[in-house]
Design a protein around this ligand. Sequence first.
Ligand code: DC
Length: 222
Amino acid sequence: MAFVVAIDGPAGSGKGTITKLVAKDLNLVTVDTGAMYRCVTLECLNNNVNYTDLAGIEKILENIDIKFKKEGENQLVFLNGKDVSKEIRTFEIDNVVAKYAAVKIIRDKVAPIQREMGKTQNIIMEGRDIGTVIFPDADVKIYLDCSVEERANRRYKQDIEKGIKVTYEEVLKSIIERHKLETEREISPLVKADDAILVDSTNLTIPEVVEKIEDIIKSKMN
Ligand code: DC
């Protein structure tokens, strides 16, 4: 196995932003595992396959091809050859992806793909179950937490910047619902691994979180 950094934590804790910055500084390949669940969800929605329709999902999974491609500073996501980087981040996907991510056959399909990625390259992989299920022997495990109010606040600001019409209360409600689904599901629930280092980003700036995490990683690299 190459050098593996696992970063888990709830939606809105800053995992995506922090992971990109740390990867650039420390020359690691980023893997956004949430994007994979988003791709499967998008493909199911495009084919009118509900999260309860296991036969339909099985068919989708047989033919699905998900690839990451780096373009400059950005990492693009390709679903069956098409760039879906923007399409997988709509409010519609946000609202249903946790339901699809709780389906066992979907997780069983993406887990080996994720493990394979850590075999040949030094990676920083972010998700919900990376340190607990995907790489229980990761070289570094971080659990990035943040208060639910601050997570909703950040997501609300992002939505307003994107021109999406929502209220803070709506965003808070959606964050709370998703958190419940992710932490209470039977398979691979979001939980801090016993040996993960907890970093709370609630009252920290992005550079402060980056510095903290890079210090942790560097101490394990040598
Ligand atoms: O990180 P994100 O918001 O893009 O994740 C999308 C969804 O996928 C979210 O509901 C949590 C789920 N997910 C998961 O169950 N396991 C992972 N390793 C990553 C994401």
